[in-house]
Ligand binder design. Structure first.
Ligand code: SF4
Ligand code: SF4
Length: 422
């Protein structure tokens, strides 16, 4: 019950709910009014969005801060900090915090109130995208993807050029013109990026050696756009989802085989909403039970540490298959980093982060990929093994920028298989 201020006089006693109080203490019972900022509007702007509701559930317990990779590199981040700022009347729209989240899901893993940044941030960013309130480097990627079908801005006609360039055998579904066991959705970075092509060449070799009946879409393939969706470009995502689903439905196959965990996430969790129900499998999950059929001829003699991709591990629950693939390669000594499996650290590429390095450099002390590379080096590993196409380029850059060139190699698991096959 608020106390009437007129009752308060020094050294006088007043009675509240039958309890006598000295005037010295009265002001503790005075009703508090937050008068210097609007404490509701900014939070409401987020919680009113479909997907943004859980932002209001935060009770500031702090569990999310130690696990947020952006906070770990000095980004002053995590849902707790955002909820606090919103409660203080700081608008997320126009604030750099809108773009720092990599959607790694580590906070949701520990949050007792299920504050879900994987839904909150895309919902808020979708509004920012509609208002053209987007960092320029990200906007450029949206435009390139819209125009060319890939975020690298490469010609769609060249999407399958990696096959001839790398001397690989990977027939298109159109050429095969028959049902196959696996439709391999190669993805944009594995089709165009130099290091991505190395992994594609390696995977094609492994699939052929195993006698897998597979086909690719070639120039018919377009980006999965899951990271654009998480960065707020829902329109682009929907358009590409409808296109890809229509293309898949032209052909007959048992499963879609994926190089990219982000595509796996989109096809498994989002495409069913648009009528695309397919069996989808990451290449590590597909290959792990087949490893004994590969005739390895070379011992690699590598100490290897493995980086769990957020979208394979935390988002889709696959922790064992990549490790089983690595353990089956002769000469590999697998050592774990402290932050592994469910607690894996993010490379910084998710949720649009792949294209926000310039923007982020103003807000963090070091890149997430640099922090992760330091951790990998500390294990004494010679090789940092990855199985997400974002990671090879991010970690190779980080190896250079942290001065670890010559100490640590970054290789896709398929490349390690290829090397041991001789
Ligand atoms: S863990 Fe959840 S409830 Fe706790 S501070 Fe973070 S977001 Fe809020
Ligand atoms: S999803 Fe990851 S980056 Fe985003 S706030 Fe949570 S822990 Fe931080």
């Amino acid at each position: 019950m608020p106390v009437d201020k007129s009752q308060i006089k020094e050294f006088e006693k007043i009675v509240v709910d039958g309890i006598e109080l000295t005037a010295d203490w009265n002001r503790m019972f005075d009703q508090r009014t937050l008068f210097d900022y609007d404490s509701t509007g900014c939070m409401d702007k987020i919680t009113d969005l479909e997907g943004g509701e859980s932002m209001g559930w935060c009770y500031q317990c702090g569990q999310c801060l130690p696990v947020c990779p952006v906070d770990a590199v000095g980004g002053q981040y995590g849902p707790m900090r955002i909820a606090k700022k919103l409660q203080q009347g700081i608008d997320l729209f126009g604030d750099p915090d809108m773009w720092k989240c990599t959607s790694c899901m580590n906070c949701l893993r520990v949050c007792p109130k299920e504050v879900n940044m994987i839904k909150i941030m895309p919902a808020a960013r979708a509004v920012a995208v509609l208002e053209s309130n987007v960092p320029k480097e990200l906007q450029d990627v949206f435009e390139k993807t819209f125009e060319y079908g890939n975020p690298l801005g490469e010609s769609p006609r060249k999407r399958a050029d990696w096959v001839a360039e790398t001397g690989s055998t990977a027939p298109t579904m159109k050429e095969l013109a028959r049902p196959v066991d696996a439709l391999w959705f190669v993805g944009s970075y594995p089709s165009y990026h130099k290091r991505g092509k190395d992994a594609s060449r390696a995977l094609a070799k492994v699939l052929n050696l195993l006698g897998i009946d597979f086909g690719i879409l070639g120039t018919e393939e377009k980006d999965d756009c899951d990271s654009m969706r998480l960065a707020g470009e829902t329109g682009l995502f929907e358009e590409f989802a409808e296109y890809n689903i229509k293309t898949f439905k032209k052909y007959k196959f048992n499963k879609i085989l994926l190089t990219d965990p982000h595509a796996l996430n989109a096809f498994r969790k989002e495409y069913p909403k648009y009528g695309g129900n397919f069996e989808v499998v990451h290449y590590s999950t597909f290959l792990a039970p087949l490893m004994s059929q590969l005739n390895f001829t070379k011992e690699l003699n590598y100490k290897v540490t493995f980086h769990d991709p957020c979208y394979l591990g935390r988002h889709n629950g696959e922790f064992e298959a990549p490790r089983n693939c690595l353990k089956a390669i002769p000469g590999i000594d697998l050592i774990e980093m402290g932050r592994c499996r469910e607690q894996s650290f993010c490379c910084g590429g998710g949720g649009g982060g792949m294209w926000l390095d310039g923007f982020m450099s103003d807000h963090i002390n070091e890149r997430l990929s640099e922090n992760r590379v330091r951790e990998a080096v500390e294990t004494g590993a010679d090789v940092l093994a990855v199985c997400c196409p974002y990671e090879v380029s991010r970690f190779e850059d980080a190896v250079k920028s942290t001065g670890n060139e010559g100490k640590l190699l970054v290789k896709d698991i398929a490349e390690l298989m290829e090397e041991a096959l001789g």
